[in-house]
Design a protein around this ligand. Sequence first.
Ligand code: CDP
Ligand code: CDP
Length: 226
Amino acid sequence: NVFRMNIAIDGPAGAGKSTVARKVAGQLGYIYIDTGAMYRAVTLSALRNRVEPENSAALSEHAKTLNIVLRPGEHGQLVYLNGEDVTDLIRSREVTLSVSQVAANETVRSVLTDMQRKLAQDKGVVMDGRDIGTSVLPNAELKVFLTASVQERALRRYREIGLSQGITLEQLEKEIASRDKLDAERDISPLVCADDAIVLDSTSMSIDEVAAAIVNLSRTKLAEAK
Ligand code: CDP
Ligand code: CDP
């Protein structure tokens, strides 16, 4: 029986979590789960149905009615909202600007956290988010807190979407800093480094270097477990 573990990767926006987590999962033959995509899907649905993120009671009720499914696709994880493929729609600027407010809602968090725990119950999962090591999977065998300077994170996002979405680097830096602040200061499961997480600063590391570092950490854990 092969020993499989769960790997939690947390950190602020643009630290490289999704890119690196997908790679690590590929190298280990694990399943990659992007929990941010689930918060984005709830946000898309709330915006479409004119449920105000500030109206916490309405948002709670709305969240309970949603069917969110993650499925592996050829180019990464696909996200379905009530049967509709919303993989690309959840990356819109409107969703990005509202998601942290939606993610501060207690019911939204408990609905999604339950789903995330179920997805990880058989182990062999690399899950990225903000509260995976602290709240969703506190017993994950390996926890990584991935970070980078806010300037570097804004620059990465700028290269990704700046030109196509017509946003300046300065604007992106402001938006990322404001989302970090909301995520770190909320009452429920804020963005914080778990006591037993290994901190990786990726400011001057390539994607491959970060992925290799995490795969090596997982090998060390596997050897320890034998
Ligand atoms: O990819 P990006 O860094 O822009 O963000 P994301 O991982 O897609 O997450 C979007 C937002 O969802 C975050 O800014 C958080 O507000 C929220 N989130 C959360 O609260 N808890 C998680 N486990 C994952 C995301
Ligand atoms: O998931 P998170 O918001 O933490 O970050 P991401 O979406 O994985 O990465 C943001 C951007 O930074 C992507 O375009 C990555 O290709 C890039 N990146 C990088 O340039 N160097 C790294 N070490 C990690 C990511």
